[in-house]
Design a protein around this ligand. Structure first.
Ligand SMILES: NC(=O)c1ccc[n+]([C@@H]2O[C@H](COP(=O)([O-])OP(=O)(O)OC[C@H]3O[C@@H](n4cnc5c(N)ncnc54)[C@H](OP(=O)(O)O)[C@@H]3O)[C@@H](O)[C@H]2O)c1
Length: 255
């Protein structure tokens, strides 16, 4: 049985991955901090699709939390993880100079350090077995300069592209998934006013996941779900960097 470990599998895009993989008959390992919510999700997914669901409560901003997940990813006595989805993440609702430095560091810990360490833990087993996939959830924010969040997502894209090249011929794939604005808990958690964001820019988490899985099947290393964001990302590469920065700042005028 294919087993997928999803960080942040209890809400938003991560939960949409869990639902999709459960319907495909995959076993799941869900990682998040809230133990009660993990259990609720596991019960619901088992009931809906008969999926095998493990839960692992871990804070990926901490050394202990990351170590617990790394241990599961490299544990030879448990069902091997065939798909790792590094999805857990959050935004910061204020500009760099006004955000406590501890929050900025937490963002790097969850969205860079954990992505790197979990990937490092899972790869040896995948390469030995000659199969496996790592999906790193980045963002279209990777392509427009905007604070530590954008910088972290740009790192995720570069890291994924580099790994995909390194893994060529091993049977293991790596892809960065770069969604635009998606209806999840992300903006509420970051206290970002959703009203500032034009309606046409919103995506559904399940559509993002379907597009990502399809692009992984096609062998893409960077997936940008939806035609409108493909156009925007293409345009962001053509316009001068300073202009792209200005436009991105204007999307949310609160900053
Ligand atoms: N929504 C968007 O518009 C959007 C756009 C582009 C990219 N993304 C990216 O998509 C990914 C998922 O975001 P989302 O929108 O689905 O967010 P979400 O709805 O807020 O879900 C976040 C998930 O991550 C978990 N999580 C948060 N911090 C964690 C930590 N320190 N340790 C372990 N788990 C943690 C949460 O569970 P607990 O709170 O229980 O830990 C939850 O399961 C993120 O990487 C985000 O940057 C989102």
């Amino acid at each position: 049985m294919t087993t997928a470990l999803i960080t942040g599998g209890t809400a938003g895009i991560g939960h949409a991955f869990a639902e999709k993989f459960a319907t495909l008959g995959y076993g799941l390992v869900l990682v998040a901090r809230d133990q009660e919510r993990l259990e609720d999700c596991a019960v619901r997914l088992r009931r809906q699709s008969g999926a095998t669901v493990e839960t692992l409560s871990a804070d990926l901003a901490t050394t202990e939390g990351r170590a617990a997940v790394e241990q599961r990813l490299s544990d030879a006595d448990r069902p091997p993880v065939d798909i790792l989805v590094n999805n857990a993440g959050f935004g910061l609702g204020s500009p760099f100079r006004r955000t406590p430095i501890e929050e900025e560091e937490r963002l790097i810990d969850v969205q860079v350090r954990a992505v790197m360490r979990l990937t490092h833990a899972v790869l040896p087993g995948m390469v030995d077995r000659g199969k496996g996939s790592v999906i790193n959830v980045a963002s279209v924010a990777a392509f427009v300069p905007r604070g530590t969040y954008s910088a972290a997502k740009a790192w995720v894209v570069a890291f994924s592209e580099s790994l995909a090249a390194e893994l060529a011929g091993t049977g293991v794939r790596c892809m960065a998934l770069c969604p635009g604005f998606a209806h999840t808990e992300f903006h509420e958690r970051a206290k970002i006013d959703e009203g500032d964001i034009p309606k046409w820019m919103w995506l559904n988490a399940s559509d993002v996941v379907d597009a990502g899985i399809e692009d992984l099947r096609k062998g893409l290393t960077v997936s940008v779900p939806s035609a409108r964001y493909k156009i925007l990302v293409g345009a962001s590469k053509l316009v001068p960097r300073r202009l792209a920065t200005k436009v991105s700042r204007n999307v949310s005028k609160r900053w």
